[in-house]
Design a protein around this ligand. Sequence first.
Ligand code: ADP
Ligand code: MG
Length: 684
Amino acid sequence: MPKPKKKTANTKSLRLSDRLARLGLSSDMARVLHLPIRYEDETRLVLISEARQRHGDTIQIEGVVSECDVQYRPRRQLIVKLQDDSGLLTLRFLNFYGSQVTQMAVGKRLRVRGEMRHGFFGDEMVHPVVKVINVDTPLPQALTPVYPAGEGLSQTVLRKAIDDAMSKIDWRDTLPESLRSSLDLLAFEPAIQLLHNPPPDIDADALLERTHPAWIRVKFDELLAQQLSMKRAQAARRQQGAPALSVEGALSQALITSLPFSLTTAQQRVLQEIRADLQEHYPMQRLLQGDVGSGKTVVAALAAAQAIDSGYQAALMAPTEILAEQHFRKIEAWFTPLGIEVAWLTGSLRKREKDNAKQRIESGDARLIIGTHALIQQEVEFARLGLVIVDEQHRFGVAQRLTLRNKGIDSVPHQLMMSATPIPRTLAMTYFADLEVSVIDELPPGRTPIVTRLVAQERRDEVITRVHAAALSGRQAYWVCPLIEESEVLQLQTATETHALLSEALPDLKVGLVHGRLKPAEKQATMDAFAQGQLHLLVATTVIEVGVDVPNASLMVIEHAERFGLSQLHQLRGRVGRGDAASVCLLLFQGPLGPVAQQRLAIMRESSDGFEIARHDLAIRGPGEFLGARQSGQAMLRFADLEKDQWLVERARNMALTLLAQQPEVAEAHLARWLGAREDFLRV
Ligand code: ADP
Ligand code: MG
């Protein structure tokens, strides 16, 4: 059999500039702003006799090689004995090249750096970093920076490229002295120089923790650039034309009158905010936040009514079929009696139905269109799209939202995004700075609070008994199967098994099953049966996470709650507590729990406030969750930390406003420096 061809390291053969470009380091300024991720302290040496007390520490030792042997038992390895005035230390290399054997020949003087451990040969270092030196090679005077590196780029090469760039750039400070001193900020050049070449007497902790004034300056600059570019995007948006939806006519009135409830004060307030935006000649970009069950749908429907009243179409896009269909049913029931045609478009429709829907959208007969991603497919053309509503916005990528926005014919439609995952203030001020935010901070009256309990997996039988009792008293329950992130197949299998087990344990109950792989029609049939009370218990994967609304369901069991994110648990829990019965959420967990998991579940037990939960989630998981999987990573700030540097975010924001108003040329220069160095840190 022919040997598989060895993969050649073709990254090595790329030109240096290409390798740097891969890291986003095409310009000199980008290279200068490529700052160390950490620093190593190579300024100090430890005596071998003292090294024995330092197990687990990374230390540096200098000595002369007294032995250098390749051994074959118990396995092939290179053993080097290093000697200084105080003792002898073993260095062990399991993978090594012939050149290393020569490099570390007996008599050579080495400076090695590695972790001390207790191994097969007593005290040793395995695979230390080795430098061959002379007796008079001086120790570095400063901490050694370690840069984020890419494939085929060593620290030395990066370092050289950065040094080279530092000799070329324009070091002028973008912030005038007066502004800097008012904020107590270090000047740009000394700050950057220091971060690349920290002096020997520096406060190493402040440097590593990134609280040193030099880091503060860099973080401030980064946040300021971000704020400025957000504001710029906002200004650009205001330049785009949008249809002014100024008519609050018959339909809006009729819809309000026909509702079986009156709007809460919070709903009325956000509706006013949205209505004011819709009347403008530039596109609205507003995020409607409200905890699960706060009643966002009706607000969205009223916004749509305003668009329709003004002679435009409105489209509502939801992330899943279940959710889209639920919206469709509810909204259709509101609008059809008022003589408004509502169209339904998802990927799973038959071709004929799809063509029919598209035709109605194109002709303008359909005034309100509800659907999934299918709405943003190329072939769908709207006659007069005036308003785009995106439910659970964080589940869509930016590109998807933009595509729908581009479906307007000669102007950009207004955009209303909805989310039950509250975006913490700092995030809203940074990544979402170009969004206006409306918050529904009040639940409709008559909701009973949900009691949350933590239950160890061993007590699963008691939980089953409880489900049984709830069913006998006329209540319904959800049973959410464990999240298995690594494997969808495994997750389905678990759901099917759980369904079988529970059906067997509860023979007198009707137990249904929904998961993401069911055909939409089957899924819908099961959901309908549950909504109509024909099923006592619904076993489900996280497909029921958003939007499902069955008021008679008052018990929720979540298995392996420790595997879910906090916001996700909160969303799931929001499926109960929608009727007048006291609701209970049981979080089954598999012990023993680590301290973080314990803390997380305790938060779920103690808080029912989506905002508070989101704040904890941000602290524990970072902002990716809120930005949506597709956005996270690329849009991240590199230096500033939204939790720790909240105070800086506020200052940067204020400074951005001041600069734009008073010194726009300074704002331009600052943006040019930071955006020129990095284009991808903002996407609107
Ligand atoms: P969410 O904000 O989670 O999307 P929904 O819009 O689905 O919440 O509303 C949850 C439930 O509350 C729905 O059954 C809805 O009809 C009802 N609802 C909305 N607003 C009110 C209100 N002002 N008074 C009473 N019930 C309301
Ligand atoms: Mg909803």
